[in-house]
Design a protein around this ligand. Structure first.
Ligand code: NAP
Length: 214
């Protein structure tokens, strides 16, 4: 699949890009600065020599991908969506962002109720938005020596997009599950501050979730 990674130079976007490259997907790695995207492209080609990746500015990456992953910090979420709105309306979108606030660490959603709901509100009628990977650690993604064996709850406003994401992740070791509509996005987004606290208590940096009972 052709994947646009918006915020692809960051911990999460870059780590996910490496895992998707290894699974045979094509990555258009986006940045606000072309030079940073090209640096990340060069490093990714060294780490995954067989991978197909091109560093671009964020808007060009959106245009090139079939599916766009939003991987920017919460502080830039709204602004990024507004800037890329026209291109993103045409695409399947996977929003992996979490509205975190610090000191104290907490879930601090925007007025729409969650980052994913904000995305859907900005992109408007007919948009295809899924949200997920909130419980998958960037540190784990970037450690290519470590096999992935985690589950991911996916919510969204379009069943086809959720299926597309499940298929995308399948080759990486992340098992995606359809957890329902965007109504549940505050639930899945707000698991992260809890996991960050658990990581501290248990001395880890990659505690995730596994589902049972299927
Ligand atoms: N870290 C984790 O384990 C984890 C797990 C699950 C989900 N998440 C979520 O994934 C998202 C990305 O996390 P991260 O740790 O990768 O973030 P990050 O490294 O801080 O930022 C990702 C990239 O976004 C771009 N960026 C920074 N500020 C921006 C702004 N104001 N507007 C637009 N773009 C901006 C930067 O790229 P350029 O400067 O190159 O444009 C940066 O490299 C966050 O919402 C986070 O909550 C993180």
């Amino acid at each position: 699949m052709k994947v646009a990674m918006i915020g692809g130079t960051g911990d999460m976007g870059y780590g996910l890009a490496l895992r998707l490259l290894r699974a045979g997907h094509e990555i258009f790695l986006g940045s606000r600065r072309l030079e940073r995207a090209k640096d990340a492209e060069a490093e990714a080609k060294y780490l995954v020599p067989e991978g197909k990746i091109i560093g671009m500015d964020n808007a060009a990456a959106v245009a090139a991908g079939e599916l766009a992953v939003i991987a920017v910090p919460a502080s830039g979420h709204r602004e990024t969506l507004l800037e890329l709105r026209e291109g993103l309306r045409e695409k399947a979108v996977l929003d992996i962002t979490i509205p975190l606030a610090f000191k104290p660490l907490r879930y601090a959603p925007p007025a729409e109720g969650s980052n994913a709901l904000e995305t859907a509100a900005i992109l408007g009628e007919g948009c295809r938005v899924a949200a997920g990977l909130h419980t998958v650690s960037a540190a784990l993604l970037r450690d290519l020596e470590r096999p992935l064996d985690v589950d991911a709850l996916l919510v969204g406003n379009d069943a086809g997009t959720k299926e597309q994401v499940i298929e995308l992740l399948a080759g990486t070791g992340i098992r995606g599950y359809d957890a329902g509509s965007l109504m549940f996005s505050p639930v899945v987004e707000s698991l992260t501050p809890m996991l960050i606290g658990m990581n501290k208590r248990y001395g880890s940096n990659h505690i995730g979730i596994r589902l049972t009972g299927f």
